[in-house]
Design a binder for this molecule. Structure first.
Ligand code: OOB
Length: 522
Protein backbone atom coordinates (compact mmCIF):
# COMPACT_ATOMS: atom_id res chain seq x y z
CA UNK A 1 0.00 0.00 0.00
CA UNK A 2 1.32 3.40 -0.99
CA UNK A 3 2.02 5.64 2.01
CA UNK A 4 2.71 2.67 4.30
CA UNK A 5 6.24 2.10 5.64
CA UNK A 6 7.03 -1.63 5.88
CA UNK A 7 9.48 -3.22 8.33
CA UNK A 8 12.90 -3.81 6.78
CA UNK A 9 13.42 -7.32 5.40
CA UNK A 10 15.87 -8.51 8.04
CA UNK A 11 13.56 -7.64 10.95
CA UNK A 12 10.50 -8.97 9.15
CA UNK A 13 12.29 -12.27 8.58
CA UNK A 14 13.25 -12.38 12.25
CA UNK A 15 9.71 -11.67 13.49
CA UNK A 16 8.41 -14.45 11.27
CA UNK A 17 11.15 -16.95 12.12
CA UNK A 18 10.74 -16.34 15.85
CA UNK A 19 7.00 -16.83 15.63
CA UNK A 20 5.76 -13.32 16.45
CA UNK A 21 4.16 -12.98 13.07
CA UNK A 22 1.92 -15.81 11.99
CA UNK A 23 -0.35 -16.17 9.00
CA UNK A 24 -3.43 -15.48 11.09
CA UNK A 25 -5.74 -12.67 9.98
CA UNK A 26 -7.88 -10.19 11.89
CA UNK A 27 -10.99 -11.59 10.22
CA UNK A 28 -10.36 -15.01 11.76
CA UNK A 29 -10.25 -13.99 15.44
CA UNK A 30 -13.57 -15.58 16.34
CA UNK A 31 -12.14 -18.72 17.92
CA UNK A 32 -14.69 -19.49 20.63
CA UNK A 33 -16.95 -22.51 20.87
CA UNK A 34 -19.71 -21.82 18.29
CA UNK A 35 -22.47 -22.31 20.85
CA UNK A 36 -21.01 -19.99 23.50
CA UNK A 37 -21.87 -16.34 23.96
CA UNK A 38 -19.45 -14.07 22.12
CA UNK A 39 -21.15 -10.71 22.46
CA UNK A 40 -23.68 -9.04 24.72
CA UNK A 41 -24.74 -5.53 23.64
CA UNK A 42 -28.01 -3.85 24.58
CA UNK A 43 -30.70 -6.43 23.86
CA UNK A 44 -28.39 -8.46 21.61
CA UNK A 45 -26.84 -11.69 22.83
CA UNK A 46 -24.91 -13.45 20.05
CA UNK A 47 -23.12 -16.79 20.10
CA UNK A 48 -19.84 -17.22 18.26
CA UNK A 49 -21.73 -18.96 15.44
CA UNK A 50 -24.26 -16.13 15.19
CA UNK A 51 -21.65 -13.38 15.27
CA UNK A 52 -19.61 -15.21 12.66
CA UNK A 53 -22.67 -15.51 10.41
CA UNK A 54 -23.51 -11.83 10.87
CA UNK A 55 -19.95 -10.85 9.94
CA UNK A 56 -19.97 -13.10 6.84
CA UNK A 57 -23.25 -11.64 5.62
CA UNK A 58 -22.08 -8.07 6.19
CA UNK A 59 -18.79 -8.88 4.41
CA UNK A 60 -20.77 -10.10 1.39
CA UNK A 61 -22.90 -6.97 1.60
CA UNK A 62 -19.84 -4.71 1.58
CA UNK A 63 -18.48 -6.58 -1.46
CA UNK A 64 -21.87 -6.06 -3.11
CA UNK A 65 -21.49 -2.31 -2.60
CA UNK A 66 -18.18 -2.50 -4.42
CA UNK A 67 -15.80 -2.25 -1.47
CA UNK A 68 -12.59 -4.16 -2.08
CA UNK A 69 -9.32 -5.27 -0.51
CA UNK A 70 -7.07 -2.23 0.02
CA UNK A 71 -9.96 0.26 0.31
CA UNK A 72 -10.26 2.48 3.37
CA UNK A 73 -13.52 2.97 5.24
CA UNK A 74 -13.96 5.56 8.00
CA UNK A 75 -15.94 3.88 10.79
CA UNK A 76 -17.50 5.98 13.54
CA UNK A 77 -19.73 3.80 15.69
CA UNK A 78 -20.38 3.68 19.43
CA UNK A 79 -20.19 0.49 21.52
CA UNK A 80 -22.83 -1.48 19.66
CA UNK A 81 -23.19 -4.81 17.85
CA UNK A 82 -22.91 -2.78 14.65
CA UNK A 83 -19.37 -1.76 15.53
CA UNK A 84 -18.24 -5.34 16.09
CA UNK A 85 -19.96 -6.77 13.01
CA UNK A 86 -18.74 -3.91 10.78
CA UNK A 87 -15.17 -4.24 11.99
CA UNK A 88 -15.08 -8.01 11.43
CA UNK A 89 -16.77 -7.74 8.03
CA UNK A 90 -14.38 -5.07 6.74
CA UNK A 91 -11.21 -6.82 7.87
CA UNK A 92 -12.47 -10.05 6.30
CA UNK A 93 -12.68 -8.47 2.85
CA UNK A 94 -9.41 -6.62 3.42
CA UNK A 95 -10.95 -3.13 3.44
CA UNK A 96 -9.25 -1.29 6.29
CA UNK A 97 -11.45 0.44 8.86
CA UNK A 98 -10.18 3.90 9.85
CA UNK A 99 -11.32 3.95 13.47
CA UNK A 100 -12.70 7.36 14.41
CA UNK A 101 -14.03 7.96 17.92
CA UNK A 102 -17.75 8.68 18.46
CA UNK A 103 -16.77 12.10 19.88
CA UNK A 104 -15.14 13.25 16.64
CA UNK A 105 -16.92 15.90 14.63
CA UNK A 106 -16.74 17.31 11.15
CA UNK A 107 -13.26 18.81 11.43
CA UNK A 108 -11.74 15.44 12.33
CA UNK A 109 -13.98 13.23 10.18
CA UNK A 110 -13.63 15.24 6.97
CA UNK A 111 -9.87 15.25 7.40
CA UNK A 112 -9.79 11.47 7.97
CA UNK A 113 -11.91 10.85 4.87
CA UNK A 114 -9.68 13.08 2.76
CA UNK A 115 -6.34 11.80 4.06
CA UNK A 116 -7.33 8.15 3.70
CA UNK A 117 -9.30 8.73 0.46
CA UNK A 118 -11.99 6.65 2.10
CA UNK A 119 -14.52 4.90 -0.15
CA UNK A 120 -17.14 4.86 2.57
CA UNK A 121 -18.12 6.38 5.90
CA UNK A 122 -20.11 4.31 8.39
CA UNK A 123 -21.80 6.01 11.35
CA UNK A 124 -24.70 5.80 13.76
CA UNK A 125 -27.77 7.97 13.15
CA UNK A 126 -27.26 9.88 16.41
CA UNK A 127 -25.21 9.98 19.56
CA UNK A 128 -27.17 11.68 22.34
CA UNK A 129 -28.30 14.97 20.82
CA UNK A 130 -25.77 14.91 17.98
CA UNK A 131 -27.08 13.85 14.57
CA UNK A 132 -24.29 12.43 12.38
CA UNK A 133 -26.36 12.45 9.17
CA UNK A 134 -26.13 16.12 8.11
CA UNK A 135 -22.34 15.93 8.41
CA UNK A 136 -22.26 12.53 6.69
CA UNK A 137 -24.04 13.89 3.61
CA UNK A 138 -21.23 16.36 2.95
CA UNK A 139 -18.30 13.94 3.14
CA UNK A 140 -16.20 13.09 0.07
CA UNK A 141 -16.99 9.35 -0.02
CA UNK A 142 -18.86 7.04 -2.42
CA UNK A 143 -21.03 5.46 0.27
CA UNK A 144 -22.50 6.78 3.50
CA UNK A 145 -23.81 3.90 5.58
CA UNK A 146 -25.89 4.56 8.69
CA UNK A 147 -26.72 2.29 11.62
CA UNK A 148 -30.28 3.13 12.69
CA UNK A 149 -32.54 5.55 10.83
CA UNK A 150 -30.65 6.06 7.57
CA UNK A 151 -33.22 8.41 5.95
CA UNK A 152 -32.24 8.54 2.25
CA UNK A 153 -28.74 7.18 3.00
CA UNK A 154 -27.75 3.48 2.94
CA UNK A 155 -28.94 1.58 6.01
CA UNK A 156 -26.30 -0.63 7.59
CA UNK A 157 -28.99 -3.30 8.09
CA UNK A 158 -29.46 -3.43 4.30
CA UNK A 159 -25.77 -4.19 3.77
CA UNK A 160 -26.40 -7.90 4.00
CA UNK A 161 -26.10 -10.70 1.49
CA UNK A 162 -25.64 -14.45 1.33
CA UNK A 163 -22.03 -15.22 2.19
CA UNK A 164 -19.68 -15.53 -0.76
CA UNK A 165 -16.12 -16.85 -0.95
CA UNK A 166 -13.84 -13.96 -0.11
CA UNK A 167 -10.45 -13.35 -1.67
CA UNK A 168 -9.09 -12.15 1.64
CA UNK A 169 -6.13 -9.95 2.53
CA UNK A 170 -2.52 -11.04 3.07
CA UNK A 171 -1.14 -11.04 6.64
CA UNK A 172 1.27 -8.29 5.63
CA UNK A 173 -1.58 -6.03 4.41
CA UNK A 174 -2.69 -3.06 6.50
CA UNK A 175 -5.69 -4.40 8.40
CA UNK A 176 -6.82 -1.34 10.32
CA UNK A 177 -5.91 2.32 10.79
CA UNK A 178 -5.77 3.70 14.33
CA UNK A 179 -5.65 7.39 15.18
CA UNK A 180 -2.64 8.90 16.88
CA UNK A 181 -3.10 11.20 19.86
CA UNK A 182 -1.44 13.84 17.74
CA UNK A 183 1.30 16.34 18.42
CA UNK A 184 1.00 18.40 15.24
CA UNK A 185 -1.64 20.55 13.63
CA UNK A 186 -3.42 17.53 12.19
CA UNK A 187 -3.95 14.02 13.58
CA UNK A 188 -2.00 11.14 12.07
CA UNK A 189 -3.08 7.71 10.89
CA UNK A 190 -1.38 4.59 12.19
CA UNK A 191 -1.41 1.64 9.81
CA UNK A 192 -1.57 -1.69 11.65
CA UNK A 193 -1.01 -4.81 9.59
CA UNK A 194 -2.98 -8.00 10.15
CA UNK A 195 0.08 -9.82 11.41
CA UNK A 196 1.30 -7.13 13.79
CA UNK A 197 -2.16 -6.47 15.25
CA UNK A 198 -2.96 -10.18 15.59
CA UNK A 199 0.29 -10.56 17.53
CA UNK A 200 -0.64 -7.48 19.61
CA UNK A 201 -3.97 -8.96 20.66
CA UNK A 202 -2.89 -12.59 21.08
CA UNK A 203 0.22 -11.83 23.12
CA UNK A 204 -1.81 -9.38 25.24
CA UNK A 205 -4.48 -12.01 25.89
CA UNK A 206 -1.78 -14.39 27.09
CA UNK A 207 -0.07 -11.88 29.40
CA UNK A 208 -3.43 -10.85 30.86
CA UNK A 209 -4.51 -14.45 31.45
CA UNK A 210 -7.58 -14.32 29.20
CA UNK A 211 -9.39 -17.65 28.73
CA UNK A 212 -12.79 -18.87 27.55
CA UNK A 213 -14.03 -18.03 31.07
CA UNK A 214 -13.21 -14.33 30.62
CA UNK A 215 -16.18 -11.96 30.58
CA UNK A 216 -14.82 -8.62 29.42
CA UNK A 217 -16.79 -5.44 29.99
CA UNK A 218 -16.07 -2.68 27.44
CA UNK A 219 -16.59 0.81 28.86
CA UNK A 220 -14.06 2.78 26.77
CA UNK A 221 -14.85 3.33 23.09
CA UNK A 222 -14.35 -0.06 21.42
CA UNK A 223 -12.67 1.85 18.57
CA UNK A 224 -9.79 2.75 20.88
CA UNK A 225 -6.78 0.43 20.76
CA UNK A 226 -6.92 -0.25 24.53
CA UNK A 227 -10.48 -1.62 24.43
CA UNK A 228 -10.10 -3.17 20.98
CA UNK A 229 -6.90 -5.17 21.17
CA UNK A 230 -5.05 -4.78 24.48
CA UNK A 231 -6.30 -7.52 24.81
CA UNK A 232 -9.72 -5.96 24.40
CA UNK A 233 -12.65 -7.19 22.34
CA UNK A 234 -10.42 -8.96 19.80
CA UNK A 235 -8.27 -10.60 22.50
CA UNK A 236 -11.43 -12.00 24.09
CA UNK A 237 -12.70 -13.37 20.76
CA UNK A 238 -9.35 -15.03 20.08
CA UNK A 239 -9.51 -16.85 23.43
CA UNK A 240 -13.20 -17.74 23.35
CA UNK A 241 -14.57 -15.55 26.13
CA UNK A 242 -17.51 -13.16 26.22
CA UNK A 243 -17.54 -9.44 25.37
CA UNK A 244 -20.10 -7.22 27.09
CA UNK A 245 -20.51 -3.71 25.67
CA UNK A 246 -21.39 -0.81 27.95
CA UNK A 247 -22.26 2.61 26.48
CA UNK A 248 -19.97 4.27 29.04
CA UNK A 249 -17.89 3.83 32.18
CA UNK A 250 -20.44 5.54 34.39
CA UNK A 251 -21.09 3.33 37.46
CA UNK A 252 -24.86 3.60 36.79
CA UNK A 253 -24.38 1.78 33.51
CA UNK A 254 -21.28 -0.33 34.14
CA UNK A 255 -21.99 -1.75 37.62
CA UNK A 256 -25.40 -3.27 36.75
CA UNK A 257 -23.77 -4.92 33.70
CA UNK A 258 -20.94 -6.32 35.82
CA UNK A 259 -23.50 -7.76 38.23
CA UNK A 260 -25.84 -9.15 35.55
CA UNK A 261 -23.17 -10.66 33.28
CA UNK A 262 -20.69 -11.58 36.04
CA UNK A 263 -17.97 -9.61 34.24
CA UNK A 264 -14.42 -10.59 35.22
CA UNK A 265 -12.26 -7.95 33.48
CA UNK A 266 -12.56 -4.31 32.52
CA UNK A 267 -10.19 -1.73 31.00
CA UNK A 268 -10.52 1.87 32.15
CA UNK A 269 -8.72 5.22 32.13
CA UNK A 270 -7.71 6.70 35.52
CA UNK A 271 -10.71 9.06 35.92
CA UNK A 272 -13.07 6.08 35.62
CA UNK A 273 -11.02 4.07 38.11
CA UNK A 274 -11.19 7.00 40.55
CA UNK A 275 -14.94 7.28 40.04
CA UNK A 276 -15.41 3.56 40.69
CA UNK A 277 -13.31 3.74 43.85
CA UNK A 278 -15.81 6.29 45.17
CA UNK A 279 -18.93 4.76 43.63
CA UNK A 280 -18.75 1.48 45.58
CA UNK A 281 -19.89 3.43 48.64
CA UNK A 282 -23.24 4.31 47.05
CA UNK A 283 -23.79 1.77 44.27
CA UNK A 284 -25.64 -1.31 45.48
CA UNK A 285 -24.64 -3.80 42.78
CA UNK A 286 -22.57 -6.87 43.49
CA UNK A 287 -19.35 -6.45 41.50
CA UNK A 288 -17.49 -9.30 43.21
CA UNK A 289 -17.14 -11.17 39.88
CA UNK A 290 -14.51 -8.60 38.80
CA UNK A 291 -11.04 -10.13 38.96
CA UNK A 292 -8.92 -7.66 37.02
CA UNK A 293 -9.12 -3.92 36.43
CA UNK A 294 -6.75 -2.72 33.71
CA UNK A 295 -5.91 0.98 34.09
CA UNK A 296 -4.11 2.89 31.37
CA UNK A 297 -4.13 5.76 28.90
CA UNK A 298 -2.77 8.19 31.47
CA UNK A 299 -0.75 7.88 34.64
CA UNK A 300 -2.52 6.19 37.53
CA UNK A 301 -1.16 7.29 40.90
CA UNK A 302 0.48 4.57 43.02
CA UNK A 303 -1.67 5.48 46.05
CA UNK A 304 -4.87 4.96 44.07
CA UNK A 305 -3.63 1.75 42.46
CA UNK A 306 -2.95 0.44 45.97
CA UNK A 307 -6.60 0.98 46.94
CA UNK A 308 -8.10 -1.05 44.09
CA UNK A 309 -7.80 -4.56 45.60
CA UNK A 310 -9.37 -3.60 48.94
CA UNK A 311 -12.04 -1.26 47.60
CA UNK A 312 -13.08 -2.96 44.36
CA UNK A 313 -12.10 -6.48 45.33
CA UNK A 314 -10.00 -7.18 42.23
CA UNK A 315 -6.44 -7.08 41.01
CA UNK A 316 -5.16 -3.96 39.29
CA UNK A 317 -2.96 -3.95 36.19
CA UNK A 318 -1.28 -0.82 34.87
CA UNK A 319 -1.13 -0.50 31.09
CA UNK A 320 1.09 2.03 29.38
CA UNK A 321 0.29 1.69 25.71
CA UNK A 322 0.03 3.66 22.52
CA UNK A 323 -1.86 3.27 19.27
CA UNK A 324 1.54 3.37 17.55
CA UNK A 325 2.29 -0.06 19.00
CA UNK A 326 4.37 -0.64 22.13
CA UNK A 327 2.39 -1.95 25.08
CA UNK A 328 3.66 -2.18 28.64
CA UNK A 329 1.78 -4.23 31.19
CA UNK A 330 2.41 -4.92 34.85
CA UNK A 331 2.27 -8.71 35.09
CA UNK A 332 -0.43 -10.41 37.14
CA UNK A 333 2.27 -12.06 39.30
CA UNK A 334 4.49 -8.97 39.69
CA UNK A 335 5.20 -7.97 43.29
CA UNK A 336 2.64 -5.50 44.62
CA UNK A 337 5.16 -2.72 44.66
CA UNK A 338 5.83 -2.97 40.91
CA UNK A 339 2.12 -3.18 40.11
CA UNK A 340 1.38 -0.03 42.09
CA UNK A 341 4.42 2.10 41.27
CA UNK A 342 5.18 1.26 37.64
CA UNK A 343 3.39 1.40 34.32
CA UNK A 344 4.47 -2.10 33.40
CA UNK A 345 7.08 -3.56 31.09
CA UNK A 346 7.07 -4.32 27.37
CA UNK A 347 4.72 -7.03 26.17
CA UNK A 348 7.14 -8.73 23.82
CA UNK A 349 10.64 -10.16 24.21
CA UNK A 350 11.22 -8.61 20.77
CA UNK A 351 10.32 -5.08 21.90
CA UNK A 352 13.48 -2.97 21.83
CA UNK A 353 13.61 -0.08 24.28
CA UNK A 354 15.99 2.86 24.49
CA UNK A 355 15.84 5.68 27.04
CA UNK A 356 17.75 8.67 25.68
CA UNK A 357 18.71 12.26 26.51
CA UNK A 358 18.17 15.32 24.32
CA UNK A 359 21.14 14.36 22.14
CA UNK A 360 19.75 10.89 21.56
CA UNK A 361 22.36 9.27 23.84
CA UNK A 362 21.31 6.48 26.14
CA UNK A 363 20.92 7.76 29.73
CA UNK A 364 22.45 5.97 32.74
CA UNK A 365 20.27 3.10 34.05
CA UNK A 366 17.43 4.46 36.18
CA UNK A 367 17.71 8.03 34.83
CA UNK A 368 14.80 9.80 33.14
CA UNK A 369 14.89 10.12 29.37
CA UNK A 370 12.74 9.90 26.27
CA UNK A 371 11.45 6.43 25.44
CA UNK A 372 12.30 5.17 21.96
CA UNK A 373 11.10 1.81 20.74
CA UNK A 374 10.84 -0.57 17.84
CA UNK A 375 9.45 -4.07 17.62
CA UNK A 376 7.12 -6.54 15.94
CA UNK A 377 3.96 -4.47 16.50
CA UNK A 378 5.27 -0.88 16.55
CA UNK A 379 4.72 1.16 13.40
CA UNK A 380 7.62 2.19 11.16
CA UNK A 381 5.90 5.26 9.81
CA UNK A 382 2.61 7.16 9.96
CA UNK A 383 0.43 6.83 6.88
CA UNK A 384 1.19 9.37 4.15
CA UNK A 385 3.28 11.60 6.42
CA UNK A 386 6.89 11.58 5.15
CA UNK A 387 7.94 14.86 6.76
CA UNK A 388 6.47 14.00 10.11
CA UNK A 389 8.04 10.54 9.88
CA UNK A 390 11.48 12.02 9.39
CA UNK A 391 11.13 13.60 12.85
CA UNK A 392 9.21 10.84 14.62
CA UNK A 393 11.66 8.01 13.91
CA UNK A 394 15.41 7.55 14.34
CA UNK A 395 17.37 6.56 11.24
CA UNK A 396 17.36 2.95 12.49
CA UNK A 397 13.57 2.91 12.80
CA UNK A 398 12.96 3.55 16.50
CA UNK A 399 9.72 5.42 17.17
CA UNK A 400 10.18 8.50 19.36
CA UNK A 401 7.30 8.19 21.83
CA UNK A 402 7.65 11.68 23.33
CA UNK A 403 7.17 10.06 26.75
CA UNK A 404 9.72 10.57 29.53
CA UNK A 405 10.36 7.37 31.45
CA UNK A 406 12.66 5.71 33.94
CA UNK A 407 13.55 2.04 33.49
CA UNK A 408 13.93 -0.11 36.62
CA UNK A 409 16.31 -3.11 36.76
CA UNK A 410 13.24 -5.37 36.34
CA UNK A 411 12.58 -3.72 32.97
CA UNK A 412 9.46 -2.02 34.35
CA UNK A 413 8.96 1.57 33.25
CA UNK A 414 7.76 4.55 35.26
CA UNK A 415 6.24 7.33 33.17
CA UNK A 416 7.70 10.58 34.53
CA UNK A 417 6.34 13.09 32.07
CA UNK A 418 6.10 14.06 28.46
CA UNK A 419 8.14 15.90 25.94
CA UNK A 420 5.53 16.03 23.20
CA UNK A 421 3.27 19.07 22.92
CA UNK A 422 0.13 17.20 23.87
CA UNK A 423 -2.39 17.36 26.70
CA UNK A 424 -3.51 14.08 28.23
CA UNK A 425 -6.94 14.87 29.60
CA UNK A 426 -7.91 11.74 31.49
CA UNK A 427 -6.64 9.55 28.66
CA UNK A 428 -8.04 11.71 25.86
CA UNK A 429 -5.14 13.13 23.88
CA UNK A 430 -5.21 16.70 22.62
CA UNK A 431 -2.60 18.09 20.26
CA UNK A 432 -1.75 21.57 21.51
CA UNK A 433 -0.91 22.73 18.00
CA UNK A 434 -4.18 21.46 16.53
CA UNK A 435 -6.20 23.34 19.16
CA UNK A 436 -4.03 26.45 18.85
CA UNK A 437 -4.69 26.54 15.10
CA UNK A 438 -8.43 26.46 15.72
CA UNK A 439 -8.16 29.24 18.33
CA UNK A 440 -6.03 31.38 15.98
CA UNK A 441 -8.89 31.28 13.48
CA UNK A 442 -11.07 33.26 15.92
CA UNK A 443 -11.33 36.88 14.71
CA UNK A 444 -10.48 38.34 18.14
CA UNK A 445 -7.45 36.13 18.74
CA UNK A 446 -4.01 37.42 17.84
CA UNK A 447 -1.98 34.60 19.40
CA UNK A 448 -2.78 31.42 21.30
CA UNK A 449 -0.99 28.75 23.32
CA UNK A 450 -2.45 25.70 25.02
CA UNK A 451 -1.01 23.90 28.04
CA UNK A 452 -2.10 21.14 30.41
CA UNK A 453 -2.67 22.07 34.02
CA UNK A 454 -2.69 19.44 36.78
CA UNK A 455 -6.07 18.19 37.90
CA UNK A 456 -6.76 15.65 40.64
CA UNK A 457 -9.47 13.82 38.68
CA UNK A 458 -8.44 14.15 35.04
CA UNK A 459 -4.68 14.20 35.52
CA UNK A 460 -4.63 17.29 33.36
CA UNK A 461 -7.07 19.85 32.09
CA UNK A 462 -6.67 22.16 29.14
CA UNK A 463 -5.83 25.82 29.61
CA UNK A 464 -5.70 28.18 26.62
CA UNK A 465 -3.75 31.44 26.79
CA UNK A 466 -5.05 34.03 24.37
CA UNK A 467 -3.51 37.29 23.23
CA UNK A 468 -6.42 39.45 22.06
CA UNK A 469 -6.19 41.66 18.95
CA UNK A 470 -6.11 45.39 19.62
CA UNK A 471 -9.55 46.90 19.81
CA UNK A 472 -11.27 43.50 20.03
CA UNK A 473 -13.32 42.22 22.93
CA UNK A 474 -11.92 39.10 24.58
CA UNK A 475 -14.21 36.08 24.06
CA UNK A 476 -15.20 34.20 27.21
CA UNK A 477 -14.98 30.43 27.62
CA UNK A 478 -18.54 29.88 26.45
CA UNK A 479 -17.98 31.85 23.26
CA UNK A 480 -14.78 29.95 22.57
CA UNK A 481 -16.54 26.62 23.03
CA UNK A 482 -19.37 27.72 20.71
CA UNK A 483 -16.78 28.85 18.19
CA UNK A 484 -14.99 25.48 18.31
CA UNK A 485 -18.30 23.66 18.05
CA UNK A 486 -19.15 25.56 14.85
CA UNK A 487 -15.76 24.60 13.48
CA UNK A 488 -16.67 20.94 14.05
CA UNK A 489 -14.07 20.21 16.73
CA UNK A 490 -14.62 17.26 19.10
CA UNK A 491 -15.79 18.52 22.50
CA UNK A 492 -13.05 16.74 24.48
CA UNK A 493 -10.60 19.16 22.85
CA UNK A 494 -12.37 22.27 24.15
CA UNK A 495 -10.33 24.24 26.69
CA UNK A 496 -11.43 24.00 30.33
CA UNK A 497 -10.02 27.38 31.16
CA UNK A 498 -9.03 30.62 29.38
CA UNK A 499 -6.33 33.07 30.41
CA UNK A 500 -5.80 36.40 28.75
CA UNK A 501 -2.24 37.47 28.25
CA UNK A 502 -0.51 40.59 26.87
CA UNK A 503 2.16 38.51 25.23
CA UNK A 504 3.27 34.89 25.33
CA UNK A 505 6.58 34.11 27.05
CA UNK A 506 9.32 32.95 24.68
CA UNK A 507 12.32 30.69 25.08
CA UNK A 508 15.78 31.99 24.08
CA UNK A 509 15.25 30.51 20.58
CA UNK A 510 11.93 32.32 20.22
CA UNK A 511 9.52 29.41 20.77
CA UNK A 512 6.54 29.89 23.08
CA UNK A 513 7.59 28.69 26.53
CA UNK A 514 4.90 26.26 27.63
CA UNK A 515 6.77 25.69 30.87
CA UNK A 516 6.53 29.38 31.77
CA UNK A 517 2.83 29.39 30.86
CA UNK A 518 2.10 26.30 32.92
CA UNK A 519 3.92 27.90 35.87
CA UNK A 520 1.66 30.97 35.59
CA UNK A 521 -1.49 29.02 36.36
CA UNK A 522 -0.05 26.93 39.19
C1 OOB B 1 -3.24 4.68 24.88
O1 OOB B 1 -2.97 4.98 23.58
P1 OOB B 1 -2.98 6.44 22.92
O2 OOB B 1 -2.45 6.26 21.56
O3 OOB B 1 -4.32 7.05 23.10
O4 OOB B 1 -1.99 7.34 23.78
C2 OOB B 1 -0.64 6.97 23.97
C3 OOB B 1 0.01 7.89 24.99
C4 OOB B 1 1.37 7.42 25.45
O5 OOB B 1 2.39 7.79 24.55
C5 OOB B 1 1.46 8.15 26.78
O6 OOB B 1 1.79 9.49 26.57
C6 OOB B 1 0.07 8.07 27.32
O7 OOB B 1 -0.77 7.93 26.18
N1 OOB B 1 -0.16 6.92 28.20
C7 OOB B 1 0.21 6.85 29.51
C8 OOB B 1 -0.23 5.60 29.98
N2 OOB B 1 -0.85 4.96 28.96
C9 OOB B 1 -0.78 5.78 27.89
N3 OOB B 1 0.87 7.71 30.29
C10 OOB B 1 1.09 7.33 31.58
N4 OOB B 1 0.69 6.17 32.09
C11 OOB B 1 0.03 5.27 31.34
N5 OOB B 1 -0.36 4.08 31.87
O8 OOB B 1 -3.41 5.55 25.72
C12 OOB B 1 -3.28 3.24 25.21
C13 OOB B 1 -3.16 2.29 24.21
C14 OOB B 1 -3.21 0.94 24.52
C15 OOB B 1 -3.38 0.55 25.84
C16 OOB B 1 -3.50 1.49 26.84
C17 OOB B 1 -3.45 2.85 26.52
Amino acid sequence: MEGFTPWPDDLAARYEAEGYWTGRLLGDVLRGDPSRTALVAGDDRLTYAELDARASRAAAGFLGLGLRRGDRVVVQLPNTTAFVVTFLALVRIGAAPVLALPAHRESEIRYLCELSEARAYICADRDGDFDYRPMARTLPVDHVIVDGDAQELTALASVDADPVPVDGPAPSDVGVFLLSGGTTGLPKLIPRTHRDYVYNLEASAEVCGFTSATVYLVVLPAAHNFALACPGVLGVFATGGTVVLSPSGSPDEAFPLIERERATVCAVVPPIALLWLDAVTWQEEDISSLRLLQVGGAKFAAERAAEVPDVLGCQVQQVFGMAEGLLNYTRLDDPRDLIERTQGRPLSPADEIRVVDEDGKQVAPGEVGELLTRGPYTLRGYYRAPEHNARSFTPDGFYRTGDLVRELPSGNLIVEGREKDQINRGGDKISAEELENHLLAHPAVHDAAVVGIPDPMMGERTCAFLVIREGQKAPDLREIKDFLRTRGVAAYKFPDRLEESDALPRTPVGKISKKALAARVQ
